[in-house]
Ligand binder design. Structure first.
Ligand code: HPA
Length: 269
């Protein structure tokens, strides 16, 4: 089966399970998957039941696709994403975005936990741009002309109208929303202090191990993108040490605000 046939097979399977029109895909990062529990009239499908779909291995990722209504919009939420550092190919990491394009979604909302370079723990950061520092690109290989061009323009990767809406909504709701550039590393190690000094020098505000591949494929297929990082720690060298427990703990602390913000933004998109 070709890659395009797989995308079409999976989209057809999801339609057979009752997944109809999709306005937005929601890619929910570590500890942020709870938002999918608020989807009304939900259809839930285990990743293991979906053809051509990857499997979640990270603690804090449920591994379920949830479809239904949130803030009056039809959403398809990924409770758990696939990471390159888990050993997945970037085709696997970005496959859900291809399927969202096949389902004719308007856009995606991508979320993640990230280390803060210029922002501190507990900050919600609207992603204004990214730096792909993974050394990889999911579009390497034969171009899928049916989805998008060989050389996609990344000038407006993060939709400017969506960013303006997000700031407006945050202000109205009294939620502090910072803004910045997300720099994607492959992981799974956290960065070294020297790598963080480098990140800061080249203009990064946050660093993480996800999001960049999905956004590249979204842009390629013409999906509009809104990205939000939950800053869970000071990046390496800016605090004594880093650990996953702290990432989980801080995510837990800010997830209610995060959920309120995303739901409020969705109403306005
Ligand atoms: N670096 C990379 N990824 C992360 C971090 C970090 O400091 N915190 C949460 N995810």
């Amino acid at each position: 089966m070709t890659f395009i046939e797989k995308i079409k097979e999976t989209a057809a399977f999801l339609k057979s399970q009752g997944i109809g029109h999709v306005d937005f895909g929601l890619i929910l990062g570590s500890g942020l998957g709870e938002l999918a529990d608020e989807i009304q009239d939900a259809i839930r499908i285990d990743y293991s039941d979906i053809p051509n779909w990857g499997q979640s291995t990270v603690v804090g990722h449920a591994g379920k696709l949830v479809y239904g209504t949130l803030s009056g919009k039809k959403v398809l939420a990924l409770q758990g994403r696939f990471h390159f550092y888990e050993g997945n190919s970037l085709d696997v990491v970005t496959f859900p975005v291809r399927v969202l394009a096949e389902l004719k979604a308007t856009g995606i909302i991508v979320t993640n936990a990230a280390g803060g370079v210029t922002h501190g723990p507990g900050t919600l950061m609207l992603i204004s741009d990214h730096i792909n520092f993974t050394g990889q690109n999911p579009l390497i290989g034969e171009n899928l002309d049916a989805y998008g061009p060989r050389f996609p323009d990344m000038t407006h990767a993060y939709d400017e109208a969506y960013q303006a809406k997000a700031h407006e909504v945050a202000e109205k709701s009294g939620i502090a929303l910072a803004e910045g550039v997300y720099m994607g590393y492959s992981g799974p190690t956290y960065e070294t202090p020297a790598e963080i000094r480098f990140a800061e020098t080249v203009g990064a505000d946050a660093v993480g191990m996800s999001t960049v591949p999905e956004v590249i494929v979204a842009v390629h297929s013409g999906l509009r993108v809104l990205g939000i990082s939950a800053i869970t720690n000071h990046a390496a060298g800016k605090q004594a040490e880093l650990n996953h427990a702290e990432v989980v703990e801080v995510t837990t602390r800010i997830k209610e605000t995060f959920k309120t913000l995303v739901k409020s933004i969705l109403i306005e998109l």
